[in-house]
Design a protein around this ligand. Sequence first.
Ligand SMILES: Nc1ncnc2c1ncn2[C@@H]1O[C@H](COP(=O)(O)OP(=O)(O)OP(=O)(O)O)[C@@H](O)[C@H]1O
Ligand SMILES: [Mg+2]
Length: 404
Amino acid sequence: MSSPINNSILIVDDIPTNIKVLFDILNQAGFRVTVAKNGQSALAKARKSLPNLILLDVMMPGIDGFETCRYLKADAKTKDIPIIFMTARSDTVDKVKGLQLGAVDYITKPIQHEEVLARINVHLELRRIQLRLAQEEKMSSLGQLVAGIAHEINNPVNFIYGNLIHAQNNIIDLLNLIKLYENYTVNPIPEIQKFSQDIELEFIKQDLPNLLSSLMMGTERVEKIVRSLRLFSRLEDAEFQLFNIHEGIDSTIIILSHRLKASATNPEINIIKEYGDIPLVECYAGKLNQVFMNLLANAIDALEESVINKKRDNELTIKIRTAVTDDQKSILVEIADNGVGIPLDVQQTIFEQFYTTKPLGKGTGLGLAIAHEIIVEKHGGSLEVKSTPGEGAQFLITIPIQQV
Ligand SMILES: Nc1ncnc2c1ncn2[C@@H]1O[C@H](COP(=O)(O)OP(=O)(O)OP(=O)(O)O)[C@@H](O)[C@H]1O
Ligand SMILES: [Mg+2]
């Protein structure tokens, strides 16, 4: 996934021959290259296309390279893009100044073909590793947090659950005892009669069993959520294991449930489950949960965006369908939302690393790249997208039932 084609580079230089030399080198190496001829236009282009790396000339008329760098670093949208300075002089002062301003490296002119490519690749790789670590760190700290909370809730819930059964039996015994007293008391004592009326004994007798079964149901529900959370957080993924995909999806939905509820800005998101009869799947369970997490989070983002974009009159939905594929060898998971959808021309680009349409700090553009890697490379499955822009997007995952 780290082939040059996934990476875009912005060249900023005022001298056409310099631009041409660089453009040819990078273009031939397979990078997507954009060009800006001065600082001003570089700022605009960087903000718009968010390149993976910027090659920045120091000496330019108007705002020079240093100034341009300062602006880029001050803007939340562009501040994390690695900048490599190009300086014509072997001037140490310039180099140090550039690095102090936040550039990651410099190259000196005249440009050495191999050197430029080597340095660019080092910095792209560094940035890729950093972002990936951040994603993994996010997943693993989420996992730890969830495991911790689930563990803490687990004890009290078991305590309630375990005692509730005894309480239920005891209460039924006591109610039967009252019945016996009533049957064998020929002349009821007025004080007891009055108290029975005051506390509405007849109602209690009828209601208490219902109340107990509600308590039981509520506790069972909490117990189920805790079980899901523990399942989600089991990240011991050293080996393939047999995994119930439905449990994985359900536990991921629970983790995201706060984003599904109606809020001041968004209506509720309905999850429609069409679960088929599928077998356990041999896979890395924690990794598959990560895929479900990324796809569901994207669907929620797309639905929220559609609310911002226009007043919609239909419900916000995410449909999750599972089935066995026709050849019986794989299972299919379809996650479809009716959010903003994806323009045709970027439907393949979305799987590339760093491609994001979300504001910096919100999206890293790694979610789908990682999902793709997990499904295709780690499990030998497939991940595809279909979308009608404006109407929603549909992601189709297939995972082999057995690994060979
Ligand atoms: N369900 C969807 N509907 C519309 N657009 C989508 C959907 N899923 C993904 N996209 C588009 O694909 C882009 C890349 O998605 P990806 O998950 O890789 O990165 P991201 O969500 O932007 O950031 P993050 O790394 O935090 O996941 C998104 O920015 C968005 O433009
Ligand atoms: Mg995402």
